[in-house]
Design a protein around this ligand. Structure first.
Ligand code: SF4
Length: 323
């Protein structure tokens, strides 16, 4: 499979006059054609910041973004604004939570979709734009009837589905969904994710989905990346990581998630809070909350270890197990 995105040592620091916040630290991961990667982690773990950094949507004066992000042979973090504009929507698309607020209230939905399509396909006729829009609306389970409606005539969930359809208009190589289905009811969410999976296998589109919900990842992704306090702690194939989690934080997240089948179990939470992101941490970022922390964890940050089959983990326990 061809590589679509290759992120190496991505770091994002928010800066103001008095302090720095280290929102993402040295994150590395890759996505191949047709992959769908779920990025999970608690609020404040840096998931959305990482997506915003890849899309270069962070305020430039107040952030420092370092690292590399190879996308279809270009480095997203270093190409010109004009080059990036050519990639956005057409090759690289995004949907945010509450993206429906982006619609103009005074234009019909259909006109807005067609206008967006024709910005990147200036030679397309209205008929062609209409045909592509109808195809994508059907994908998110919306009737063409919405074409003639104004945004205020649709529910929030319907508008969010329109926004997902807009993001797919150009059948992008990579779609980033930042909590884009969180506000939808579970039935609609399941339908959309199911249709997306079908489209991905047909068109070989890749997807990053940022979510708190591990069930969304397990049902709609083939890869998973677990983030905590700006660090990517574990990544790999969903079937591998969920069946054999190697990092104590991943184990903690799974223990806090209710299983749908099998015996009833008592859910466990992870005691403690996220560390101060404005401070530099010498050792493992999870050490203060880790039930398996050792002396070494307080002073030395664990290296990213390749467990094979695309499974990576950053934890000193791996070295201990090898000895
Ligand atoms: Fe826990 Fe140490 Fe592994 Fe960090 S490196 S997760 S503190 S065992």
């Amino acid at each position: 499979m061809a590589r679509v995105l290759d992120v190496r040592n991505l770091s994002v620091t928010y800066k103001n006059k008095n302090k720095c916040v280290y929102a993402v630290s040295n994150a590395s991961f890759s996505i191949d054609q047709g992959d769908s990667m779920g990025i999970v982690g608690e609020s404040g773990s840096g998931k959305s910041t990482m997506a915003m950094a890849l899309l270069r949507l962070l305020p430039r004066k107040k952030t420092v973004v370092e690292g590399e992000a190879g996308f279809l042979g270009q480095d997203l973090l270093h190409i010109s604004d004009e080059q990036l504009d050519r990639l956005r929507w057409k090759n690289l698309s995004v949907v945010f939570q509450k993206a429906m607020n982006s619609f103009s209230p005074v234009h019909r939905i259909g006109d807005q979709i067609e206008d967006i399509y024709r910005i990147h396909e200036p030679n397309a006729t209205r008929k062609e734009a209409h045909g592509q829009a109808a195809k994508m609306l059907a994908l998110v389970n919306l009737n063409e009837r919405v074409y003639k409606l104004y945004p205020h005539e649709l529910s929030g969930g319907m508008l969010q589905r329109v926004m997902i359809a807009v993001s797919l208009l150009h059948e992008p190589d990579l779609l980033i969904m930042d909590e884009a289905t969180t506000a939808l009811d579970v039935v609609t969410q399941g339908q959309i994710l199911g249709e997306l999976r079908k489209m991905e296998s047909e068109l070989k589109t890749s997807r990053i989905i940022i979510t708190h919900d591990i069930s969304v990842v397990s049902s709609s992704c083939n890869k998973i990346a677990v983030m905590y306090a700006g660090s990517l702690l574990e990544s790999g194939h969903v079937s591998e990581v969920l069946a054999r989690p190697a990092h104590p934080y991943t184990k903690g997240l799974l223990a806090a998630f209710p299983p749908l089948r099998g015996q009833r179990v008592v859910l466990e939470s992870i005691p403690g809070y996220l560390p101060d992101m404005a401070a530099r941490h010498e050792g493992c970022i999870f050490a203060a909350r880790c039930p398996e922390a050792m002396e070494k964890c307080k002073s030395a940050a664990p290296a990213r270890t390749d467990l094979g089959n695309d499974h990576f983990v950053s934890c000193h326990l791996i070295e201990v197990e090898k000895q």
